[in-house]
Design a protein around this ligand. Structure first.
Ligand SMILES: Cc1ncc(COP(=O)(O)O)c(C=O)c1O
Length: 404
């Protein structure tokens, strides 16, 4: 449905037209949220539609007869993790496997929505900063839309991710620094060249695409999960799912119950964890943020306030894990469950283990998010993983036992 208006996330009285390309609130710089004229989405027509994220079109920014710019994104499986659950003494643990999206990550959902709207509203070129996966998704959806794309990435972004962006025809610009430095340059490029900037939270529609992760969970589980464990960089997914549950309640799909949200960050770059623990409303930028969990190397961003609010409203918390814990848990998801987890997906299992160890009560069912495929590592990481996996083959008696 075409939105009724865009609303400032800090002051709902600031409203803007959805008929023009929009970035952030011009009054206070806060992210804009998309609002619809009605929250009516009946189950039977949804159930009759193809299993892609566009089946929720009543609550997505497309016109009734409009064809979205799509590669079949969304509709990812919710996979039960029986061995993980048993090893932690839990009943129901699942992974929402976002690796199975086009371009191998959940970024395809947000980019499909953002590029669909940008194209409809007349954008002639697109630009964005990326830690890697968003760039691959933007490059693919820009190609699909027939629009040029330019992507700013930190210089040490894994080569395979750069090849992916270039393979879809995007121009890649390297930046000394982290994703927020890349964001500044993408913003300058947009201002100087007239390209539309689809950076996270700097345009309102990526959240709309990612919202469908929440819709799918409710369909797949027959209601909201008890706990969602989410690897958090800019916080788009957390904020988007929180919005999804509010919209599903307005549409009569669920009641007021909500899942507990757990944000997982890397110890070397954990602005949301620090702000959450201090009780702050905003997160301070982390200087020299360092982690090999590329998607979580986000030292700060304008989604901080919304992410922190969603965590607190959910009664949840924020957890930092070490890179080693994340890589180890990632390998366990591969080895014990056959899941193509990336390191950020591994971080969610590492966090679950920490919380169990601390005796924190987590409502069931628990859903971990595997946000991307492991097939896009830098060669060094792959070597490391291969070496460790090989070692494990020789030392894991439980697996040998099960194989008998
Ligand atoms: C694999 C992966 N996981 C998680 C994230 C964090 O995403 P969000 O902006 O939703 O917090 C990213 C972002 O780059 C990512 O690439």
């Amino acid at each position: 449905m075409i939105p009724s208006h865009l609303e400032c996330s800090r002051d709902a009285a600031h409203r803007f037209s959805p008929e023009r390309l929009a970035t952030v609130c011009p009054d206070d710089g806060a992210p804009l949220l998309v609002r619809y004229p009605a929250y009516r989405m009946d189950r039977p027509p949804v159930a009759a539609r193809a299993w892609t994220m566009w089946r929720y079109r009543e609550l997505l920014p497309v016109g009734e007869d409009e064809q979205p710019i799509s590669l079949g994104e969304g509709a990812t499986p919710l996979v039960a993790l029986a061995r993980v659950a048993a090893s932690l003494g839990l009943d129901e643990v699942y992974v929402k496997d976002e690796a199975q999206n086009p371009t191998g990550s959940f970024k395809s959902r947000g980019m499909a929505a953002a590029v669909t709207v940008a194209k409809r509203l007349g954008a002639t070129a697109l630009v964005a900063p990326s830690a890697g996966n968003a760039g691959g998704a933007l490059a693919a959806y820009a190609a699909r839309a027939g629009l040029p794309a330019r992507i700013y990435v930190p210089r040490d972004t894994p080569a395979i991710l750069i090849e992916e962006m270039r393979g879809y025809g995007a121009e890649v610009a390297f930046v000394e620094g982290l994703i927020d430095d890349a964001g500044r340059l993408a913003g300058e490029y947009a201002r100087e060249r007239g390209a539309f900037n689809v950076a996270t939270f700097r345009e309102p529609y990526r959240v709309e695409g990612k919202k469908t992760m929440g819709f799918e969970l409710v369909e797949q589980l027959g209601g909201v999960p008890g706990t969602i464990v989410y690897p958090t960089g800019g916080g788009t997914g957390l904020v988007a799912m929180w919005k999804a549950f509010a919209e599903l309640e307005k549409s009569g799909w669920i009641d007021a119950r909500r899942p507990m949200l757990i944000a997982v960050q890397a110890e070397g770059c954990a602005p949301i964890v620090q702000a959450f623990d201090r009780g702050d409303e905003f997160a301070a930028r982390v200087e020299n943020g360092a982690t090999k969990l590329w998607g979580l190397r986000v030292p700060g961003g304008i989604g901080d306030r919304l992410s922190l609010r969603a965590l607190r409203e959910s009664g949840g918390r924020a957890v930092a894990v070490s890179d080693e814990q994340a890589f180890g848990a990632m390998r366990d998801l591969h080895y014990d469950e056959g899941v193509d987890a990336t390191e950020e997906g591994g971080a969610t299992l590492a966090a679950l283990r920490i919380l169990r160890h601390q005796g924190v009560a987590l409502p069931a069912p628990i859903v971990l998010f595997n946000t991307a495929t492991s097939l896009k590592y830098s060669p060094r990481e792959s070597e490391e993983s291969t070496a460790n996996a090989a070692t494990k083959t020789h030392v894991d008696p439980a697996r040998r036992e099960r194989a008998r």
